[in-house]
Design a protein around this ligand. Structure first.
Ligand code: PMP
Length: 389
């Protein structure tokens, strides 16, 4: 049988056929006039998607980790203090990257996987810390926890800290209003809610972040990540002029422009709402099937993925059964609880039909491992969400 598995992991995700067609077209020169126009359009569309009209976008070949690396390399100087609001594995990663560039890193850690640090504790740390930069992971993909970016960014601004948001598992899925919320730099990668195959690091730096970069006293020590190399390139593309530093991933940028066009065509508000609805349906199904979730409360659960805990008597072998039923899900990632949960990604072009297929396969998988439940209970709960007036 043709492989028609549905890929429901928290990235890479299912991609729109138009985007995949753009990936498959004949590669143009990186200085071809039609490519220059597409790159320029994509850069401007990024401002719209990040809701950062005055931001400077950067599009560079690499994964989300490169986007984090670029943020740290360009904004931090040796000896700077950095505060990491840590809700999981990707907070740990940001801390390591910042340390690599000589920052003194303090973590505001969630007390346990699935929770968030108390806002009052973060505030107290900001009060005492004299931090140059604060990072927040909007959705930590290892826990399914969503941080309150709006509230944290406001706190950071009050203390004159540069606010950096890791939006790898959120941008174009979760509500993120970079400019209105005072986020100085937001970053993501192509393979998640932006809806393009893996390979692009995407950043939008606001005016304060660019100012901090321009007034550095020490040069950026990372050659490839240095905005001094990339800023003239981004500016040249927007001015519709040929330029070169490192060969851009031409097909990925054609695909990015296509996907950003689809995102803006749907409309950001509608897209945020669709992600909320899909998330409610998956979470209702998981609960109806007797499973709890890693986030300790619904209020801090992400809309881009769901992290159900395995019910008693069920382990990771469930996922092979679900795969046999046609849907690919992801295992746990957080080292402390890795074997206790799994992850369902639901971002990008995901539809209500995809959710029903996923919950159906999950039920078949649960039956396959001998779990006792009422078949159809999850499907009914999900369907109720979609059939709400
Ligand atoms: N941050 C978050 C929140 C992520 O989910 C990921 C990827 N899962 C990354 C950073 C790193 O991105 P990449 O794997 O593309 O390097």
């Amino acid at each position: 049988m043709k492989d028609r598995s549905l890929l429901m992991i928290p990235g890479p995700i299912e991609f729109a056929p138009e985007v995949l067609r753009a990936m498959g077209m004949a590669t143009t020169s990186h200085v071809a006039p039609n490519f220059i126009e597409v790159f320029a359009t994509a850069l401007d569309r990024l401002r719209e998607v990040f809701l950062a009209p005055n931001g400077q976008p950067f599009v560079v070949a690499g994964s989300g980790t490169l986007a984090m690396d670029m943020a740290a390399a360009n904004l931090v100087e040796p000896g700077d203090k950095a505060l990491v609001v840590n809700t999981g594995v990707f907070g740990d990663r940001f801390g390591e990257i910042l340390e690599r560039y000589g920052a003194q890193v303090t973590h505001a850690r969630a007390p346990r996987p699935g929770s968030v640090p108390e806002p009052g504790d973060v505030e107290a740390m900001l009060e005492d810390g004299h931090f140059r930069v604060m990072t927040v992971t909007q959705v930590d993909t290892s826990t399914g926890v969503a941080a309150d970016v709006k509230g944290l960014a406001a706190m950071g601004r009050e203390h004159d800290v540069l606010v950096v948001v890791d939006g790898v598992c959120s941008v174009a899925g979760e509500e993120l209003r970079q400019d209105a919320w005072g986020v100085d730099l937001a970053l993501t990668a192509s393979q998640k809610a932006i809806g393009v195959p893996p390979g692009l690091a995407l950043l939008v730096a606001g005016p304060r972040a660019m100012e901090a970069f321009h007034s550095r006293s020490a040069p950026v020590v990372n050659y490839y990540a240095d905005w001094s190399q990339w800023l003239p390139i981004m500016e040249a593309y927007e001015a519709r002029e040929p330029s070169y530093f490192g060969t851009p991933p031409v097909n990925l940028i054609w695909a990015l422009n296509t996907s950003l066009g689809l995102i803006l065509g749907e409309g950001l508000e509608a897209r945020f709402e669709r992600h909320r609805q899909v998330s409610r349906a998956v979470k209702a199904a998981v609960a109806a099937l007797g499973m709890t979730q890693v986030p300790v409360s619904g209020k801090i659960a992400a809309n881009t993925l769901t992290a159900p805990r395995f019910p008693d008597g069920v382990d990771g072998s469930l996922l092979a059964h679900v795969k046999r039923a046609g849907v690919i899900l992801a295992g746990g990632l957080h080292p402390e609880i890795k074997a206790e949960y799994f992850r369902i990604g639901h971002m990008g072009v995901v539809s209500g039909a995809d959710v029903l297929a996923t919950v159906g396969a999950l039920e078949q998988g649960l039956a396959g491992v001998g779990y006792e439940f009422q078949p159809g209970a999850g499907l009914t709960a999900a369907q109720e969400v979609f059939c709400e007036a």
